[in-house]
Design a protein around this ligand. Sequence first.
Ligand SMILES: *[C@@H]1O[C@H](CO)[C@@H](O)[C@H](O)[C@H]1NC(C)=O
Ligand SMILES: *[C@@H]1O[C@H](CO)[C@@H](O)[C@H](O)[C@H]1NC(C)=O
Length: 319
Amino acid sequence: MECGFYLVLALVSLGVVNSVVHGQGTRVGFYSSTCPGVESIVRSTVQSHLNSDLTLAAGLLRMHFHDCFVHGCDASLLIDGTNTEKTAPPNIGLRGFEVIDHAKTQLEAACPNVVSCADILALAARDSVVLSGGASWQVPTGRRDGLVSSAFDVKLPGPGDSVDVQKHKFSALGLNTKDLVTLVGGHTIGTTSCQLLSSRLYNFNGTNGPDPTIDPSFLPQLKALCPQNGGASTKRVPLDNGSQTKFDTSYFNNVRRGRGILQSDQALWTDPSTKPFVQSYSLGSTFNVDFGNSMVKMGNIGVKTGSDGEIRKKCSAFN
Ligand SMILES: *[C@@H]1O[C@H](CO)[C@@H](O)[C@H](O)[C@H]1NC(C)=O
Ligand SMILES: *[C@@H]1O[C@H](CO)[C@@H](O)[C@H](O)[C@H]1NC(C)=O
């Protein structure tokens, strides 16, 4: 009796963990009868915005990641208001909200109340990668939009995190060490604020000098871009030197050569558990295919499906 009770309890809690971590019920082509134009509407919208500003691609990719890591991929990040996720410090610099809103407006005209904002984010992230030169993948859809958004829940992996801390944060969401390296490879596009880099350049770990893992021939370039006491909060550095708008494996080559920008980037080469993945990706191997696979895994974190959540009419507000 007691045994049976505990068994049921164990199964129930396993089930909960499973649906929170892996998500269930999303599938490729979820809207094929209810909104067959969804993929082309999102793609053409993303394309038109990227045509005028290709750097938005990195913004949209990062937005999906920041959404999925907090309360699952449920568009909780998009909600406007006091103390919503969007207002939390790691989300302040996010860009591209207007692209999502633009796609939503067109989708509401084509098929009202059908397509979730969470799915628009997942599709826009994929389209951003493809339009930057990466390989495509099929995006399972059928997510619904969440009903909770709180700045206090935002605990994302950070640029100063050790590899162990990063691994812990990823594995808590069902993502392994390979997924970690693969997804961080998204830094093949985009930039970061000099602010997140200045201690590495000028006072690493209290040494009053630079991080010794930085390539010595790269250091003067970084210092020129990010001068000490020189407006660190407004200046930006490409995360993948020399290839910042192209989705390719150049990022991994840079990390190998001590040209990772954030401490968390460079640590992937120092740590023995992540180094082999950096090595094989830098040699060109299966990064493109792996990236799509890891994005599908990430895109299923904590998804709401069926009758959970809602389909928002406007992405920035609950219905
Ligand atoms: C920072 O300094 C402390 C002690 O000074 C040392 O134990 C630690 O390993 C250093 N960290 C790094 C990342 O170099
Ligand atoms: C990166 O690469 C370019 C060459 O494309 C170079 O001019 C630039 O100064 C480099 N350094 C940094 C820190 O971005």
